[in-house]
Design a protein around this ligand. Structure first.
Ligand code: IMP
Length: 430
């Protein structure tokens, strides 16, 4: 004990790295429990920028055991690319553990992802094209390939053949693509077996033993609350559970062992891909926040859609995840603004909604109700305590805190590791 779950409160890219940096030396294990290489965070090693998509962030912290849980979908080519990239820079990756129950993303699911998006046309989801959705679909359809299958060639062949007997019909007859040869897929997957073997284990058991021994475990979500397949803005979501509940199913850690749930909330909102976005900005404020916040996708390079902070969504994230602590990031991105509108409720067809509307079409038609707070018009990146912040920035933080039903324990005031104000330890109760 303890287990801390870290989630994103919006549509991703909230800056979870701020929280992991802060917790870094207090952690023993960092577990990725959902998603795959659709996520992305940029790390700087000896002045060189490096984008990680699949490996848990803990891979960079000496002494931390990074774990790829059973709930993750693993593209083995990407896994070894990232391992090789880090090893070449002198990072030791030998502590990595990979669940034998995690599913692998065979190359045909990357093709399926891309052709399906093209086929959907204007109804596309705007996926990252990494094969995430088709691989989770295979898992639920019980035609997926798991990491453990790679260690038994005849089982692997059977599974790949079974999956392709259907998919090849779809690829050739619906999407007009060439059928995929099972042999090619099996050969590619088997090419990773020897390198993979030392990392693979019963990670649920290993985590349980670690907790019994008093270790500190962080379960870090990929994506975020509003991209969760159950609780997000379906169908414009990813295909896994990115909320706190997913930490249990995706790692094998039971709910009774979770102590803290930390949600990262960006001081404004961003989204990549399609789907409704009530506070979206199409004006100079959106452009300004995109530029000062460097809001371009790490995985796809796409410019992110930008909007004002939405507290209906933040309250929802608190409720769905049982958030105990918020980390408010990028407060400094508002330094130049005269005033800052914050969405406190929606209006849908003349009716005020303080909570997320139940139907997706109401959410599509939601018009934000804003309260406008004064800006502080000064550089706050040097502030290290709450009292250092200008009064209007303090007021902004308190205004948000009063409306999201959990304390704001950490405030990010700049991109650097040290550019934070820690008001409370996220490891301790209020
Ligand atoms: P998929 O996860 O590739 O299937 O994409 C589904 C949706 O989730 C798309 O709108 C993606 O842009 C979005 N998405 C997936 N991963 C991330 C992420 O790490 N940050 C933000 N959006 C993401």
């Amino acid at each position: 004990m303890p287990v801390i779950v870290l989630v994103g409160a919006q549509w991703g890219d909230e800056g979870k790295g701020k929280a992991t940096d802060l917790l870094g030396d207090r952690l023993d294990y960092v577990v990725k429990f959902n998603g795959g290489n659709n996520a992305g965070h940029t790390v700087v090693i000896e002045g060189e920028k490096y984008a990680l998509h699949l490996l848990p962030s803990g891979i960079l912290t000496p002494g931390v055991v990074p774990v790829i849980g059973n709930g993750v979908v693993v593209d083995l080519a990407v896994l070894f690319q990232e391992i090789d990239g880090l090893e070449a820079r002198g990072v030791d990756t030998s502590r990595l553990r990979v669940s034998a129950n995690a599913h692998v993303i065979p190359s045909y699911n990357r093709s399926m992802d891309k052709v399906a998006e093209r086929f959907l046309g204007s109804r596309r989801i705007g996926t990252t094209g990494r094969g995430i959705g088709p691989t989770y679909a295979d898992k639920m359809n019980r035609v997926g390939v798991r990491v453990q299958d790679l260690f038994d060639e005849s089982i692997l062949r059977q599974k790949v053949e079974a999956a392709l007997s259907f998919k090849n019909q779809v690829l050739s007859k619906i999407y007009n693509r060439q059928a995929v040869k099972p042999d090619d897929v099996v050969k590619e997957l088997l090419s990773y077996v020897d390198r993979l073997r030392p990392y693979v284990g019963d990670t649920a058991l290993e985590l349980s033993e670690a907790l019994d021994a008093g270790k500190v475990v962080l379960c870090e979500a990929g994506q975020a609350t509003l991209l969760d397949v159950d609780h997000g803005t379906y169908p414009f979501v990813t295909s896994s559970n990115a909320t706190a509940g997913g930490a249990c199913t995706g790692s094998g850690i039971p709910p009774t062992r979770i102590d803290r749930v930390v949600a990262v909330l960006k001081a404004f909102t961003s989204r990549v891909g399609e789907g409704p976005f009530p506070t979206e900005l199409h004006d100079k404020f959106g452009d300004h926040l995109r530029e000062v916040g460097h809001e371009y996708g790490t995985t796809t390079g796409r410019p992110r859609r930008i909007g004002w902070l939405d507290l209906v969504m933040a309250r929802y994230a608190q409720r769905i995840n049982g958030v105990t602590d918020f980390v408010l990031t990028k407060l400094d991105n508002y330094d130049d603004l005269d005033e800052i509108p914050v969405c406190v409720a929606y209006e849908v067809n003349g009716v005020r909604h303080d909570e997320m509307p139940i139907s997706q079409s109401d959410f599509h038609h939601a018009v934000p109700i804003y309260e406008t707070l004064p800006g502080w018009k000064q550089d706050i990146s040097g502030c290290r305590t709450f009292a250092d912040l200008p009064k209007d920035a303090q007021r902004f933080v308190e205004f948000v805190e009063e409306r999201i039903r959990a304390r704001i324990s950490v405030v990010g005031v700049g991109p650097g590791r040290e550019e934070v104000i820690e008001r409370h330890s996220v490891l301790s109760e209020a």
